[in-house]
Design a protein around this ligand. Structure first.
Ligand code: SF4
Ligand code: SF4
Length: 455
């Protein structure tokens, strides 16, 4: 085990700005009048819609089915009537197919009862199926289907379960409050995952700026569970999987490989609590904890929000935005995405809503690179962001790959330190997207009627 306080090399120290909500208890937001459930809320293939306009749905009903192995179903987060299935603003900035539900104002919102299997009698296969049927994905932002993480190939034995409670992104206190208020649930989720993966040790990594979370988790560790709570140095991006693995286990995940290649599965603490919840209550993933914060919102809060609640409704519930509000971000200021449309729904992967004031927003004016090297000192995976930025501006994407673009985590550390305000990480995200488009197979040849031509 590492000594207290080990960390990774490079990285940055943005102000954590968590004081706005770190001691604010989680409370439940009332059901909004309308919700929008995008069919694309997870990594992998979007779900396939099962409902039609006019259908009545109860809270917890499956409204879309997983389409393939790397996909999960989506469930109604409130009882009501399907008002439409249409293109709707998505948090990633596109328009995406979504099921719109008019929430029944007179419903007690009691979920339709589901059979809750007793987890101890289940095989790992049964646990994975239950997790998948409940639509569970990573709640830390990437939304990777959890049942896939629970299914490592047999030739890759897993030795460690690493629970990611670092929450290094400034402002966010979603995981922090979950660990303080529901530590027993976290341990129960760990127990289920350990049994499913066949691992004998788990470590919960928590940054040292959350002493109450560390205390709550340590106080509630069951005697028969081999779990260690590991305090971590406060540094960004401590919660990135590769950083966390290196700090806790001393292992390096090689370029192009996954944590399971070094015997580790990493799971966000919120997802672990959700796994516990589906076996405790039978509820699928239809609500989540979200931090609504920033100097631009009137009542910073930690809320349990039905998935699909629209941005405008959440902000109204938090007293609206202040006069000097300048930008709204889903996620945090380092890796989050700007949201211009109040109809955009909070999805399974929305960790927080941060309303930045004018003083918090970086000037948009950019300047040429002055070769100061700050970005090289900041990059936790030792890339050369300055060079990558020059290549990105020239559209030389293939050369960027030669300079290890694929290892870039889009963590935003380089952009944060750049004195020329060059939006490096955004440029790298766009470069990756452009490469994916170039490498995608060409669309099938079609005749005049739109049918595919047969060779
Ligand atoms: S965004 Fe990419 S290049 Fe920039 S610091 Fe993070 S990993 Fe390095
Ligand atoms: S931090 Fe900005 S200005 Fe300095 S070398 Fe990197 S890209 Fe250039």
């Amino acid at each position: 085990m590492n000594l207290f306080g080990l960390t990774f090399r490079h990285g940055v120290h943005p102000p954590d700005s968590k004081q706005l909500t770190e001691h604010v208890p989680i409370r439940r937001m009332p059901f909004p009048r309308r919700i929008a459930l995008p069919l694309r809320q997870h990594a992998g293939k979007p779900a396939r819609c099962l409902v039609q306009k006019g259908d009545r749905v109860e809270r917890g009903d499956k409204i879309a089915e997983a389409d393939g192995y790397v996909s999960v179903p989506i469930h109604a987060s409130a009882a009501g009537t399907v008002a439409d299935i249409t293109l709707w603003p998505h948090p990633d900035g596109t328009m995406s197919e979504a099921v719109i539900i008019d929430v029944d104002p007179h419903s007690p919102q009691i979920p339709r009862p589901r059979l809750v299997p007793h987890w101890e009698g289940l095989t790992p296969e049964d646990v994975r199926a239950a997790v998948r049927d409940a639509g569970v994905v990573g709640l830390g932002g990437a939304s990777f289907p959890t049942h896939v993480k629970l299914s490592p190939p047999p030739d890759l034995p897993i030795e460690w379960l690493l629970v990611n409670g670092a929450e290094c992104e400034p402002y966010l206190t979603t995981d922090h409050r979950t660990m303080v208020e529901y530590p027993e649930r976290v341990h129960f989720g760990i127990r289920i995952m350990m049994q499913c993966l066949g691992v004998e040790r788990a470590v919960i990594g928590v940054e040292m700026n959350k002493p109450d979370a560390i205390e709550a988790l340590r106080r509630t560790v069951p005697d028969d569970l081999n779990v260690t709570v590991q305090p971590l140095v406060v540094k960004y991006p401590q919660g990135a999987e590769k950083m966390l693995i290196h700090v806790v286990t001393g292992r390096e995940v090689p370029s192009g490989k996954l944590p399971m290649h070094v015997g580790v599965v990493v799971q966000n603490v919120g997802s672990i609590a959700t796994i516990a919840e589906i076996f405790e209550t039978g509820l699928p993933l239809i609500e989540r904890v979200v931090t609504v914060t920033g100097r631009g919102v009137n009542k910073p809060s930690n809320l349990i929000v039905p998935v699909g609640t629209m941005l405008g409704d959440v902000l109204d519930y938090c007293g609206g935005v202040r006069e000097d509000a300048a930008e709204i971000v889903f996620g945090g200021p380092m890796m989050g995405t700007s949201q211009p449309d109040m109809r955009t729904p909070l999805t399974k992967g929305t960790t927080g809503v941060v309303v930045l004031s004018r003083d918090d927003v970086k000037p948009k004016q950019t300047y040429p690179c002055i070769k100061c090297g700050h970005c090289l000192d900041a990059c936790p995976v030792f890339l050369n962001p300055s060079l990558l930025g020059i290549l990105a501006q020239a559209g030389r994407y293939e050369e960027m790959v030669e300079h290890h673009l694929n290892d870039c985590m889009i963590c935003g550390s380089c952009s944060y330190v750049c004195p020329s305000n060059i939006p490096l990480s955004q440029m790298f995200a766009l470069s990756k997207a452009a490469l994916r488009k170039r490498q995608a197979p060409p669309p099938p040849d079609k005749d005049k009627t739109g049918k595919e031509k047969v060779a």
